[in-house]
Design a protein around this ligand. Structure first.
Ligand SMILES: NC(=O)c1ccc[n+]([C@@H]2O[C@H](COP(=O)([O-])OP(=O)(O)OC[C@H]3O[C@@H](n4cnc5c(N)ncnc54)[C@H](O)[C@@H]3O)[C@@H](O)[C@H]2O)c1
Length: 324
């Protein structure tokens, strides 16, 4: 049985859906701070509670035969992490430490972790591979970087084996439209553009049009949520097969600009989508593109929806029929 923290959130809920389809028994722990009860598919047990609650974790590990934890729970607003770092270090680092300690004490020694490309900081070369120096430039990135350090130490001292997955930009939705992305506030580009298409927002802001990129806007690596979720199943298999711990980038290795995203959304939705040009935001690098060779070779992972159209189509289906 797997414990999935944050399994009522965007990425976690898509992973839980796949895990249930694969025949896994799943317990979700989510405090619903940002998650949605409706996002947890039938077949998974949802426990509403906080990962900082050690008594609750003891109860969960005592009452269920859990062999691994897949850990999505965290706060993930980079801007907020700068103005409220306390919240981020407490939840993303300290509460994660609480989960790791409970695991070690209960002899649960397999851990899949949602890390982030934000642990790299400003890129020194492109594409970014796992050997790229890590120098996060905000408390969010640091809060995850510290967990990576703890994981290495716990691996060495207590035999806790892990896969730390450094995601690039998660996007898209379950193609059947059962679940999808629903953040409040929303800060991710594709849902914001599509909400402009539906008229929920008047315009979409483009921050910076003078970057050293072909069309002047920022370039990111968008990975379909189902491909991202599948990497967690493969990571768990790797750990269950007895392989050693590792850090893996997850991205499609394709750079897509903000303008390309907006053009694709215009084509797929058939809506005009008005834009507003604004100044660059501090801390936004021009380009962030992954090298995911390690995930391909060591996890056997291959993106199946590696084109922007698949991402935008599934996100658009969700946006028009969202349930939460
Ligand atoms: N979305 C992305 O593009 C992206 C990129 C890199 C890394 N990540 C990481 O992936 C993970 C999931 O991201 P997401 O976009 O699904 O975010 P999300 O906010 O949709 O999901 C996080 C979930 O964790 C829950 N949670 C938070 N703190 C908790 C606590 N103390 N106890 C119990 N539950 C708690 C929230 O209620 C939410 O359901 C996060 O760790 C995030 O940092 C996301």
């Amino acid at each position: 049985m797997i414990l999935v923290t944050g399994g009522a959130g965007y990425i976690g809920s898509h992973y839980v859906m796949q895990a249930i389809e694969a025949g896994e028994s799943v317990v979700v722990l989510d405090n619903l701070a940002y998650g949605h009860r409706e996002a947890v598919v039938d077949g998974a047990e949802l426990i509403v509670g906080d990962m900082s609650d050690r008594g609750l974790l003891d109860q969960i590990f005592s009452q269920h035969r859990i062999d691994a934890v897949v850990h999505f729970a965290a706060f993930a607003y980079v801007g907020e992490s700068v103005t409220a770092p306390r919240k981020y270090y407490l939840n993303n680092t300290v509460a994660t430490l609480n989960v790791l300690n409970a695991m070690v004490d209960h002899g649960v020694l397999k851990f899949v972790f949602s890390s982030t490309c934000a642990t790299y900081g400003n890129p020194q070369y492109m594409p970014i591979d796992e050997k790229h120096p890590q120098s996060p430039i905000n408390p969010y990135g640091e809060s995850k970087f510290f967990v990576e350090k703890m994981l290495q130490a716990y691996n060495n001292a207590y035999g806790l084996r892990f896969c730390a997955l450094r995601y690039f930009n998660a996007a898209g939705a379950d193609p059947e439209g059962k679940i999808g992305e629903s953040h409040d506030p929303e800060t991710h580009l594709i849902p914001l553009v599509l909400q402009t298409a539906t008229g929920q927002r008047d315009t979409i802001s483009i921050f910076g049009t003078d970057y050293d990129t072909p069309d002047g806007t920022c370039i990111r690596d968008y990975i379909h949520i189902l491909d991202l979720a599948r990497a967690h199943g493969l990571s768990l298999k790797r750990l269950r097969d007895g392989a050693e711990s590792g850090f893996f980038n997850l991205g499609t290795e394709t750079g897509i600009s903000v303008t390309e995203v907006i053009e694709t959304c215009r084509r797929i939705t058939g809506k005009p989508i008005p834009t507003l040009f604004k100044d660059r935001r501090p801390g936004d690098p021009a380009r962030l593109v992954a090298s995911a060779t390690k995930a391909r070779t060591e996890l056997g992972w291959e993106p199946q929806f590696a084109d922007l159209d698949s991402i935008v189509r599934t996100a658009w289906t969700w946006e028009q029929n969202r349930r939460y």
